[in-house]
Write a protein that binds this ligand. Structure first.
Ligand SMILES: NC(=O)c1ccc[n+]([C@@H]2O[C@H](COP(=O)([O-])OP(=O)(O)OC[C@H]3O[C@@H](n4cnc5c(N)ncnc54)[C@H](OP(=O)(O)O)[C@@H]3O)[C@@H](O)[C@H]2O)c1
Length: 291
């Protein structure tokens, strides 16, 4: 048994792609997987931040992760990075959809989507779909999507009538909605990926002390300051992500929402299968996936 109290499958040279891997939970995940001798591909938006994280991980683990650059606010970047990953690996064993943000101001990307929805959900939807062929070549391909219990706040479901939040934008609501989209995407992928032997699970990492929300100004910063006694380290926050990626006992387990290395129920509305499928179809359209 390891420090995490579970047995890991053999991760030697397992190809693991981690988005948002230069900071916080993503970096701790990349480090933990490198420690298990996996071949880690870090997807980061900023080359310098990516390089310094890769160097730090190499010092800690003796394995240097590979760096791929993409700004998830640009769908074209996601397509380019998916192609460069696909060209450099024979298969993908683990994809950790982790990059995420919360922002107080409503921003529309050059692709015409609301920024939070695009970075947190649409870009991961696109990246995952573009890597599925490589994941099918894995014996135990796993997609792990980092969501949040914040999704409980999006209790009315996906905002299909106004996905860009043109009315009544607030950062928390848009964030909660994007995290609900993460879970519904995870469940629909579990349903669709079954035939190909690919599993899909989502994670709530807990309240974790990272850079998350720190460019936010007042409210999020104050919240984290008040919550400090309850806040987990990035390494602890990454545990359930690493568990879903590598635990031997999770082979073939799919469509779960995990916290503290255990399944837990996600919100009632997240169980609405009609919305999973509708979100999938909308996401295909918004990412122009057939183009
Ligand atoms: N911290 C918590 O308490 C908590 C709780 C529940 C869920 N989560 C989830 O955990 C995940 C990781 O967050 P974290 O807490 O580790 O925060 P973090 O330290 O801020 O890390 C977020 C990562 O996402 C990347 N990212 C942000 N915008 C991006 C973009 N446009 N393109 C590409 N990458 C982008 C960041 O890159 P840069 O360094 O370049 O900004 C960074 O690598 C998020 O999905 C978040 O929703 C966190």
């Amino acid at each position: 048994m390891g420090a995490m109290d579970c047995l890991f499958r053999d991760m030697r040279d397992a190809v693991c792609v981690v988005t948002g891997a230069n900071s916080g939970i993503g970096m701790a995940t990349a480090e933990a997987l490198s420690r298990q001798d996996a071949r880690v591909l870090m997807v980061c938006r900023d080359r310098k931040r990516g390089e310094s994280a890769a160097e730090a991980i190499a010092v800690q683990t003796g394995r240097t992760p590979e760096l791929h650059i993409a700004d998830f606010a640009r769908l074209e970047d996601v397509r380019t990075v998916a192609a460069s990953i696909a060209a450099s690996v024979g298969r993908v064993d683990v994809l950790v959809n982790n990059a995420g943000l919360i922002t107080p101001t409503r921003t529309i990307t050059e692709d015409g989507n609301e920024l939070t929805f695009q970075v947190n959900h649409l870009s991961h939807f696109l990246l995952t779909n573009l890597l599925l062929d490589k994941m099918r070549l894995s014996r135990d391909g796993r997609v792990v999507t980092v969501s949040s219990d914040a999704h409980f706040r999006a209790f009315t479901g996906i905002n299909f009538d106004d996905l860009t939040f043109s009315k009544d934008y607030d950062g928390f609501t848009a964030y909660a909605h994007s995290k609900l989209a993460n879970i519904m995407f995870c469940y629909e992928l579990a349903r669709r990926g079954e035939a190909a032997g690919i599993t899909s699970n989502a994670v709530h990492p807990g309240l974790v002390g990272t850079n998350f929300g720190m460019n936010e100004g007042g409210v999020v910063r104050l919240f984290y300051r008040l919550a400090r006694p309850f806040i987990l380290s990035a390494e602890k926050g990454a545990r359930t992500v690493v568990y879903c990626s590598a635990a031997a006992e999770l082979g073939g387990i799919s469509g779960g929402y995990f916290y503290k290395m255990r399944p837990k129920p996600s919100s009632p509305v997240s169980q609405d299968e009609g919305q999973w499928n509708r979100l999938w179809e909308e996401s295909v359209r918004l990412t122009d996936m057939t183009a």
